[in-house]
Design a protein around this ligand. Structure first.
Ligand code: ZN
Length: 137
């Protein structure tokens, strides 16, 4: 049995939305010690929607595939939906990750949440509108 699904291999070889957004509205950077993955997520937010998203990931194949898939999942979605993205949803969209690589998909979730946190800290008036839905932010 192949260790990684076709989708993981596809997103690893041809990652979507790689790069940076110069005038990003929110930037999130996270890392994990386990495989030394570092992930940086840039969000452009238009009318409470993820207008554009780009990422830079220095890390293992699972981290690259997870960030690529995560950007695909949230692009064009309302911010409220992006806030609900879980690493489980990312892993499922990739047709699964090996158990010991699940922490790499957690990074993608955290990077997006950090970037949204950054956005809300710059636009505190927006935070109010979502406080009912997310509680945490
Ligand atoms: Zn990793």
């Amino acid at each position: 049995m192949a260790l990684y699904s076709e989708k993981v291999m596809d997103h690893f070889r041809n990652p979507r939305n790689v790069g940076i957004i110069e005038d990003a509205d929110g930037i999130g950077e996270v890392g994990n010690a386990k495989c030394g993955d570092i992930m940086k997520m840039y969000l452009k937010i238009d009318d409470d929607t993820i207008g554009d998203v780009k990422f830079e990931t220095f890390g293992c194949g699972s981290a690259i595939a997870s960030s690529s898939m995560a950007t695909e999942l949230i692009k064009g979605q309302p911010v409220s939906e992006a806030l609900k993205l879980t690493n489980k949803a990312v892993a499922e969209a990739l047709d699964g990750l090996p158990e010991y690589k699940m922490h790499c998909s957690v990074l993608a979730e955290e990077a997006i949440k950090n970037a949204l946190d950054d956005y809300y800290s710059k636009h505190p008036e927006k935070r109010k509108e979502h406080s009912d839905e997310s509680g945490k932010l």
